[in-house]
Design a protein around this ligand. Structure first.
Ligand code: NAP
Length: 275
């Protein structure tokens, strides 16, 4: 079964519009270069936002100093019209070293990247669900996928996907048994083959093959990669589809849900401010 996510996006869109009410919340997207992936990321946010009440402002900061970038981010924090701020990744090294992500006001950190908001995931005290891990959880919920006591293997331990996702899967009520793998993991195939649910976030085109998957496993592909000029996931879809019980497609699976959760967070930020 192919897990189509259009219905989830439609439902989230209705939630965003309802939450925004008469307000038109504003999301500011900050990029650090005009590379294709930044521009296409911001375009996909804009396209989804156009069908909601969310407004999008784009800022590309290039050829400016770290000091000026920090000052600019601080002006966004103070700007009362802006409800949410998202920055493009990867963050250039000098800005990473300056701790740019933690300059974002946690109340406007709708992408859940600040240490403060990420830290809240440990205790379950979160302002905003991290969009990509949240998208995986929405897919699990939408298709009534049982998680209690099941073996969930997550490939990837990034701060954006793998680690926060593991924390969401471990929550009481979700109750998965979670294994997180990374590039130093030994005997990877023996671990992936234990998975009842296998989630890939490694950033390697078509990395997961059918010999790594136990028959009937639910495969959720977070990866978005470009190979030979087309977008592919971390999963070799045609190969793995033959053995998986359920599988998400790429493009069109996790990605659009992620964008809608980001926009839902912007609507939540606007509501919190108004309340
Ligand atoms: N669908 C969406 O909405 C969405 C959102 C965000 C990202 N993405 C996509 O998801 C993918 C991952 O993104 P990310 O930001 O998490 O990437 P990342 O920061 O580069 O992390 C990749 C992770 O994969 C691990 N890894 C790399 N090669 C491996 C291997 N051979 N075996 C096992 N683990 C391996 C790395 O291990 P080490 O830690 O040891 O290096 C790392 O933990 C990318 O394709 C990205 O474009 C999609």
């Amino acid at each position: 079964m192919i897990l189509e996510t259009k219905k989830i996006c439609n439902r989230l869109r209705d939630d965003i519009v309802a939450l925004a009410g008469r307000k038109s919340p504003l999301l500011c997207c900050v990029g650090f270069s005009e590379d294709g992936s930044t521009l296409s990321y911001f375009r996909s946010i804009e396209r989804a936002a156009n069908k909601t009440k969310i407004r999008v402002r784009k800022e590309i900061l290039k050829d400016i100093s770290v000091h000026d970038t920090v000052s600019f981010m601080e002006t966004l924090n103070r700007d009362g019209d802006i409800n949410g701020i998202v920055i493009s990744r990867p963050i250039p090294l000098p800005l990473q070293k300056a701790g740019i992500k933690n300059i974002i006001d946690p109340a406007k950190d709708v992408d859940c990247i600040t240490d403060e908001n990420l830290g809240g995931l440990i205790t379950g005290n979160v302002l905003y669900t991290p969009p990509t891990p949240g998208a995986v959880m929405e897919i699990i919920k939408e298709f009534n996928i049982e998680t209690t006591g099941r073996n969930v293997v997550v490939l990837g331990r990034s701060d954006v996907v793998g680690k926060p996702l593991a924390l969401l899967l471990l929550r009481k009520g979700v109750d998965a048994t979670v294994t997180v793998c990374h590039s130093k993991t030994r005997y990877l195939i023996s671990l992936t083959r234990t998975a009842d649910i296998l989630i890939t976030a490694v950033g390697r085109p078509q990395f997961l093959k059918c010999n790594m998957v136990k028959p009937g496993t639910i495969v959720i592909d977070v990866g978005i990669n470009v190979k030979d000029g087309r977008v592919v996931g971390d999963v070799d879809f045609e190969d793995v589809k033959r053995v998986a019980g359920m599988i998400t497609p790429t493009p069109g699976g996790v990605g659009p849900v992620t964008t809608h959760i980001l926009l839902l967070n912007v609507a939540k930020a606007a509501k919190r401010k108004a309340d």
